[in-house]
Design a protein around this ligand. Structure first.
Ligand code: XIL
Length: 493
């Protein structure tokens, strides 16, 4: 572990580590309220949605100064297709689509490396929350620093591994769909096909997408992705049959008053059976356990709708139904915050032991691994993987991203400096090397990164701050992180 000591304050004591985890828990649960959105692919101004509801959202525009000289006064403009701003704060707003916002006396100067933001409320006008490009002199400053060592030549990562190397992708009607018919879409597909041999749909196979009404399943978007994957020899990992997150539980299910066992089994069975032979592995249940310190937990379980309606038995019901629908599919339980010695992980393992004792089917554990360059330690990560391997279960690193800004140090890097890139490279290398060291070949379900290129990462909107958590930059070029990943796979430093 090459992390400098001073970068680890949040992990140095138990209680501070716990509060970092609580922050992570809060942030992750905010995720469920935050719609999928992305900042501009490049540039220093980001349009972010802070919270969204049926007809509107609260948004912010974050202006970052990545240069070494102060910005004194700013003015930015943007235009929507259908959305309209109804009020704004912390800026002078003028115009009515396009809008222009200028700084106030107290927030006009942005020191090097710092950000300012202003907020607004918008009406969606019947459309989706949009992601307009924000322009202005303050946004035209150069984007992420290029990799410090020039072009980085790394073979396609999947060619270096005997297990799946995957990426989470947008598809269907989502913004930035991988399958969109333009030059950028084609470039993204080329990058996917170069490095990966497995795709996880980031959203479009969640409950509300596939099962929007009690008696209606909508498979068109998922089918399109499955067909693309098959045409390019990519496997699909199905994500996810049962998940607590509010934004993707269909409304009808929230008020469902029939037999929940029958309903949930039919939900799982219908989806798994449809893709039997085409989708080889599933996250059957996602995030069923509560985080350490969650006061709303019920016997360690997350107090989800499913728990309230069915008790903890919903988890086994889902696994049994999935196995019956496709006996060949590899079935995972998937969760975050289980790679650093958390009590939550102990509860997951107790469930595994109980399932094995009672012959409830389960084949593997998905460790999401939304980690960062400072946390957790390699020892903690290896210990966690080992405890899964000891039970004969497969291990997937299912949602890997490694931001360079952390809870302890949220504003450490306003630009992607050579130092940040190097520390991130080291962490990617450590994680992949730990996986190879601890997980025997027959239990390697694969490693999936959660997004294709840096500004594609869900974390930027989630935390509302700049970061570069993934293995390709916004130009879809390799980063030092790509090299770190590759060198762990080949064993060549
Ligand atoms: C995230 C998606 O990436 C976002 O686009 C969406 O807004 C929220 O969900 N754990 C999971 C994933 O299992 O499904 C989540 O995906 C990230 C956290």
């Amino acid at each position: 572990m090459s992390t400098p000591k001073k970068a680890l304050p949040s992990c140095s004591t138990r209680s501070s580590r716990r509060s970092a985890l609580n922050r992570q828990l809060r942030a992750l649960s905010i995720a469920v309220a935050v719609a999928a959105l992305s900042p501009n692919a490049l540039g220093a101004c980001q349009h972010v949605v802070r919270s969204e509801w049926g007809t509107g959202y609260v948004g912010a525009i974050v202006i970052t100064n990545p240069t070494s000289v102060p910005i004194n006064g700013w003015s930015v403009s943007w235009r929507y297709a259908t959305n309209r701003v109804t009020s704004a704060w912390n800026a002078n707003l003028s115009g009515s689509n396009p809008y222009t916002a200028t700084s106030l006396s107290w927030n006009g100067s942005i020191p090097p490396g710092q950000s300012v933001e202003f907020g607004f409320q918008a009406n969606k006008n019947g459309g989706a929350a949009e992601q307009p490009t924000v322009s202005g002199a303050a946004c035209a400053v150069s984007g992420p620093t290029p990799p410090p060592t020039g072009p980085i030549n790394v073979p396609g990562l999947h060619t270096l591994a005997a297990f799946p190397i995957g990426v989470a992708v947008n598809a269907g009607n989502e913004p930035r769909s991988l399958l969109r018919n333009d030059a950028r879409g084609a470039a993204e597909r080329a990058a996917v096909e170069r490095h990966f041999d497995s795709l996880t749909p980031g959203n479009i196979m969640k409950m509300s997408y596939l099962h929007p009404e009690q008696n209606t399943f909508t498979f068109a978007q998922a089918d399109e992705l499955v067909n693309y994957a098959r045409a390019h020899a990519l496997r699909i990992h199905g994500h996810t049959l049962v998940w607590h997150a509010d934004y993707q539980i269909p409304n009808w299910m929230r008020s469902y008053s029939g037999n929940w066992n029958t309903m949930l089994q039919s939900h799982v069975r219908t989806i798994v059976a449809r893709y039997a032979g085409r989708i080889g592995s599933w996250d059957v249940v996602n995030e069923a356990f509560a985080d350490d310190g969650d006061a709303t937990a019920v016997n360690g379980y997350r107090n989800s709708l499913f728990l309230q309606k069915m008790g903890p038995g919903y988890i086994q019901q889902a696994f049994i139904a999935a196995r019956a629908a496709d006996p060949n599919a590899v079935l995972y339980y998937n969760d975050y915050n289980i790679e650093a010695g958390q009590q939550k992980f102990t509860r997951v393992l107790a469930m595994v032991d109980d399932f094995k004792a009672r012959n409830i089917p389960i084949d593997g554990i998905g460790m999401q691994m939304h980690i960062n360059i400072e946390w957790p330690s390699t020892t903690q990560i290896k210990d966690a993987m080992r405890r899964v391997v000891q039970r004969g279960l497969k291990v997937r690193i299912s949602e890997l991203d490694i931001p360079v800004n952390t809870f302890a140090n949220p504003n450490r890097y306003a630009t992607f400096t050579a130092e940040a890139a190097q520390r991130q490279e080291a962490k990617y290398r450590e994680v992949v090397a730990a996986y190879l060291e601890v997980v025997p070949a027959n239990l390697r379900g694969g490693i999936t990164v959660w997004g294709l290129y840096d500004s594609d990462s869900w974390l930027i909107a989630l935390y509302g701050r700049p970061d570069w958590p993934l293995i390709l930059n916004d130009e879809l070029q390799n980063k030092p992180a790509t090299r770190g990943f590759a060198s762990a796979l080949t064993g060549v430093p």
